[in-house]
Design a protein. Structure first.
Length: 437
């Protein structure tokens, strides 16, 4: 008679959209998971806010639900703690407690990792415990583990990504239909892509948290959400999208993480999130609807593209399950996941030193010398003009200018000076340009 399989006991914190999918997959794939791990996974408790809430046909015995998350975390029979609640507190306290006690942690909590990942990594080191968080960025796309492990022998120089499905759906809709931001947001809400309060998405907070996590892994440096320059996409208009099309571009909300020298030549990190025009030939330009994609550039590996569904209960639960399998295997073998790599300690480069390009649309007075005056402002701030397009007459006179690359501080100062010219009636639009247009 064969010996019984060992058991790895799981505690689940949160049973909403993602948590319920984790439970379902654990149940449906139980035999396969046992075969892959060499041990049976047993769910011994599920922490929820309201125990009596109806949960359909979720395959969980009623007695496993508890409202005491901390008590569940502290149980001696728990091997792996899975957190899909989100937010900073009380999740931070629960996970620190688990890690210090030597329990493996699997989390999808991007906000916590971006704000205070240091506390979790320090607790993991103290407890000699695993900390996995593949589901925190880009849903089901296997992205963090390649950065954390597969590319560990390479030097990553840049990570550019579309990491928020809601904003990508909105911008894709605006591009395909000519709709304005408000109309496209309404469509995203009706289809369930946007929350009732979409602020975290459309103002770039969600993408900024993910950018911090990506930069930390890519550049072996602790980067927090506070280090990320953030600009939302609520100001993008149908006119901006049309202008991008005329240039052979589309507009995407990008997270950009770069490693390189600052103004003094010191190696540093720039991390930023903003809407930008990119050429339609760029690999990220064809990423539509609510999909995510991340473009990684490394010295030896070259250019790599990661693409897939970046949100939703099932895709996110897939990433969580992958981490559970890894954590369970490690516990059986007595090994650990790779610990945090933050040896580089690179400084954060100010946004003003980031080199980018601007697309500027000006409503101007239709009189002689306007172009020369405007060009003089660019020259004064040491910004070179790549292209100029002039259209309209009288009250409809417009200049559309695209610059060459320059420090963002110079570009911003140029826009400020242009706004003070009496020949400039208004600055209709300012958008950054990325991707070698």
């Amino acid at each position: 008679m064969s010996a019984a399989k060992p058991v790895v006991r799981l505690a689940l914190l949160g049973c909403g959209t993602v948590g319920s999918e984790v439970v379902r997959l654990l149940h449906e794939q139980a035999d396969d998971l046992t075969a892959r791990i060499g041990a049976r996974l047993e769910l011994v408790g599920v922490a929820v806010r309201r125990i009596g809430r109806a949960r359909g046909d979720l395959p969980v015995a009623p007695g496993l639900f508890t409202s005491d998350a901390l008590g569940l975390v502290k149980r001696d029979d728990v091997d792996v703690v899975i957190e899909v609640v989100g937010g900073i507190e009380p999740a931070r306290g629960w996970l620190v407690e688990a890690l210090r006690a030597g329990k493996s942690v699997v989390t999808a909590n991007k906000a916590l990792l971006a704000e205070d990942g240091a506390s979790l990594h320090d607790a993991a080191a103290e407890g000699n415990a695993d900390l996995y968080y593949e589901a925190s960025v880009a849903g089901a796309i296997p992205l963090l583990r390649p950065l954390r492990e597969s590319l560990h022998g390479d030097r990553v120089t840049k990570v550019t990504g579309i990491v928020n499905g809601t904003t990508n759906f909105i911008l894709s809709s605006m591009d395909s239909s000519g709709a304005g931001f408000g109309e496209a947001l309404d469509e995203a809400t009706e289809l369930g892509y946007a929350e009732a309060d979409p602020t975290a998405d459309v103002e770039g907070f969600d993408a900024a948290a993910k950018a911090a996590i990506l930069a930390s892994l890519a550049f072996h440096t602790r980067v927090t959400a506070a280090d990320v320059f953030r600009e939302g996409m609520t100001g993008v208009t149908a006119g901006d999208v049309a202008s991008a099309k005329e240039m052979g571009c589309t507009i995407k909300l990008l997270c950009i993480c770069e490693r390189g020298p600052d103004s003094s030549g010191t190696e540093s990190v720039s991390v930023r999130v903003y809407p930008a025009m990119i050429p339609r030939s760029h690999p990220l330009a064809s990423v539509g609807d609510a999909f995510n994609a991340v473009f990684v550039e490394a010295e030896a590996a070259g250019q790599l593209m990661f693409y897939g569904p970046g949100a939703g209960g099932t895709p996110t639960a897939s990433a969580v399950l992958g981490d559970i399998v890894a954590a369970a295997r490690n516990r059986l073998s007595g090994t650990r996941a790779p610990s945090e790599s933050n040896y580089a300690h690179l400084p954060i480069r100010p946004m003003g030193e980031a080199v980018t390009r601007y697309h500027i649309s000006l409503d101007v007075a239709d009189r002689q010398g306007v172009l020369a005056t405007v060009a003089g402002v660019f020259a004064h701030h040491e910004v070179s003009i790549a292209t100029v397009r002039q259209s309209g007459r009288d009250q409809d006179a417009k200049l559309v200018i695209v610059t060459h690359g320059a420090p963002d501080a110079n570009l911003a100062a140029t826009v400020e000076s242009l706004s003070k010219l009496d020949i400039v009636r208004s600055i209709a639009s300012v958008l950054r340009v990325e991707g070698g247009v």
